[in-house]
Ligand binder design. Sequence first.
Ligand code: HEC
Length: 317
Amino acid sequence: MIRLPLFLWGAALALPASIFGAPVDFERQIQPILEDKCYRCHDAEEAKGSLRLDSPAAIVAGGEGGEILVPGDPNDSSLYVLTTYDKDDPDYMPQKGKGLTKTEQKLLKTWIEEGAVFGGGFVHEAKPETRRKFDEEDPATARKYRIMGEAIEIVARWREAGLLVDTVNHDSSLFEVSYTYAERSAGSFDFQALEPLGESIRKLTLARTNVSGADLAGLASFTSIEFLDLGRTDIGDEAMDAIVQLKGLKVLNLRGTKVTDEGIQQLAKLKGLEKVYLWGSDVTVSGVKRLQKRLPSATISAGVRIVAPTRRNANPS
Ligand code: HEC
């Protein structure tokens, strides 16, 4: 039993239950907040930023910019952080409508700190299973995606190599390939295996892998890639020469990488870039501003440390 002076009991009772034991319950306490304030733009109908928040699997899958939830680390989870920005910040969520109250923010934060448990038997490790898998052995799947025979064989080989493969927007001739669960070490990313259907790859996910800048040199010919996710890898400025070869890039996620102000200036060569995610990398306000000038129509999302001095954070470290 916690001993508190009598006069403190009233205050103690007003504190969130989680402080006194019961963990935050996703279904009862978090989901209603998302439903009320986020679903209008992040459900099956809208999915702004290719992000849905209407199921645990969707939340874990994240959006166009990659993951939004890091269990145990609210400050690295854009699901939480964006709700705490200034309301006039372009990245603030929700973009329209009533924002989260302080109590709701605290609940969301505590829930993530406690490990972001969804309950209902959902486990984060289940992520690969929650994605629509490409099953070449199942004739129904093959029919559904109307994949050509040759492509089926190639895709099967990719899967044997541990890659997750999906079609893009149900288009059977365009692919999304992810190395995230393939457990490779730096130096062993043999992108030649992708070459037979390389022209058909629109999205390539290397998030959280051991990919190195040198590995990325092997991607130079994949100019049909529009979306590249390098989030939370160890790559730094040395990877930029390879990245800027990918002339088709529209969305580039460099969140949580080691890229710096100098390195990102090279991205100005990619005239088609629409979005760059730099949150948690080593860039600073001035570096982002420089790049923004050279890529005026791109959206550069750089997070808490990178803001106009009048907004969030006047002295970024
Ligand atoms: C009025 C529409 C709207 C509402 C309501 C809304 N969002 Fe968004 N959200 C957007 C748009 C548009 C984007 C894509 C922004 C972009 O790509 O630059 C987005 C993107 C995001 C992202 C991805 C950002 C990133 O950097 O990856 C997160 C996380 C997010 N929203 C969280 C939320 C949360 C949490 C709520 C509810 C509290 C919410 N949003 C409510 C419009 C909305």
